[in-house]
Design a protein around this ligand. Structure first.
Ligand code: NAP
Ligand code: MG
Length: 395
């Protein structure tokens, strides 16, 4: 390796897996270089969360990071870890600093079949992570009256639209988005489509929302025509816009193998549908792509707290490390591509293949054994599953 990966360590069971993956699957095979940041909750508390900010800054400096799952503190965690305060979600802090879009795709293996029988290839979901209903203002109108949408321009102009005349109680909601955020969402999607050589589908409801959703459609179109159309045509890729309900119908009938860009709420809902139809959160890749060309790879699941408490009691665990391994391979591949290290890119692919072959040979963790259509799978504990992958990789 030439440039180090930004390594963000994390919490609980995934922290245990993290170390095993480095010891058994990475260090014996590659000259691993990382700049280490400990985002474990204890160290975040010791540094007043400065370590999270430093790790995000390092990602801007080097370009590629790999992140372990971390605890987002709630009141119970404040007591459990005796925290100075209830820190914000590290993912939220990092996303805000890198300004990106999160892409999630299922890891497809034989023996774990999607519920939708015609889905043959992964469907990658790209979720816009700013605004709309997630940054809304709501009101309960408790009696008759008039509701207006008002914009007071900095230059003194005022625009006012009537929303509704209420004869009786009802509810109201105001929300917004920003051209700059929509534009960076669009750029991240087009860049990722080119990177992964997949078509891009985007849908919203511009027939009903003629200003708000139409703005999304229009910004995507402008960005595409100005900056990406030529490269898409050269790679024989398609950018395709249609209504969200039409997209949903097409997705169900498709065989997969494309990127589905969703507005914030659509992405929240549809990513859970797509991931559960493909099998499990532990079988998903997840990467934050910033429009400035920074990449942060992670697992889509959390720190698997219940398994960790079992581990602490000395009991055996069977925790699936696939998503965490793929976070590493994704980051190593990207680093290799950026630095022109063919061997590193090949190693990433070989490790991924070893993971897939191990599962397809019938060795898997309990979560997969419960949903596989293979007969008599071998259920491995957390360590033995990783060791089985190592054995294959060595072969
Ligand atoms: P979780 O870690 O996603 O686990 C929830 C349940 O899903 C587990 O108890 C387990 O079910 C199953 N599961 C998830 N990942 C698995 C894996 N790799 N292998 C096998 N089973 C898996 O959520 P949580 O335990 O509710 O949350 C723990 C902490 O994670 C929270 O403090 C939360 O803040 C944090 N979190 C972090 C991230 C992130 O950093 N990206 C994302 C989400 C949550 P069974 O117990 O039934 O086996
Ligand atoms: Mg959700």
């Amino acid at each position: 390796m030439k440039t180090p990966l930004v390594e963000m360590d994390g919490d609980e069971m995934t922290r245990i897996l993290w170390q095993m993956i480095k010891d058994e699957l990475l260090s014996p095979f590659i000259d691993l270089k990382t700049e280490y940041y400990d985002l474990g909750l204890k160290h975040r508390d010791e540094t007043d969360d400065q370590v999270t900010v430093d790790a995000a800054e390092a990602t801007k400096k080097y370009g590629v990071a790999v992140k372990c799952a971390t605890i987002t503190p709630n009141q119970a965690r404040v007591e459990e870890y005796q925290l100075k305060k209830m820190y914000k979600s590290p993912n939220g802090t990092i996303r805000a600093m890198l300004d990106g879009t999160v892409f999630r795709a299922p890891i497809v293996v034989k023996g774990i079949s999607p519920c939708v029988k015609n889905w043959k290839k992964p469907i990658t979901l790209a979720r816009h992570a700013y605004g709309d209903v997630y940054k809304n203002v709501e009101l309960y109108a408790d009696g008759p009256g008039d509701a207006y949408l008002v914009f007071e321009g900095a230059d003194g102009t005022v625009r006012k639209e009537k929303i509704q005349h209420f004869e009786a109680p009802g509810v109201l909601q105001g929300m917004h988005n920003l051209d700059a955020s929509i534009e960076s969402f669009a750029k991240s999607c087009f860049t990722f489509a080119l990177d992964t050589r997949q078509d891009l589908w985007f849908g919203c409801k511009d027939t009903i929302s003629k200003t708000y959703d139409a703005r999304f459609r229009e910004i995507f179109r402008q960005v595409y025509e100005k900056e990406y159309k030529e490269r898409f045509e050269k790679e024989h890729l398609t950018y395709f816009y249609t209504l969200i309900d039409d997209i949903v119908a097409r997705v169900m009938k498709s065989e997969g193998g494309f990127i589905w860009a969703c507005k914030n709420y659509d992405g929240d809902v549809m990513s859970d549908m797509v991931s559960s139809a493909f099998g499990s959160l532990a079988m998903m890749t997840s990467v934050l792509v910033s429009p400035h060309g920074y990449y942060e790879y992670e697992a889509a699941h959390g720190t698997v707290q219940r398994h960790y408490y079992r581990h602490l009691k000395g009991e055996e665990t069977s925790t699936n490390s696939v998503a965490t391994i793929f976070a590493w391979t994704g980051a190593l591949r990207k680093r290799g591509e950026l630095d022109g290290l063919k061997d590193l890119v090949e190693f990433a692919s070989r490790l991924e293949q070893a993971v897939i072959d191990t599962i397809e040979s019938g060795k898997m963790t309990k979560d997969l054994a419960l949903i596989t259509d293979m007969e008599n799978p071998t259920v491995c504990n957390s360590r033995d599953f990783i060791l089985a992958i190592r054995e294959r990789l060595e072969k």
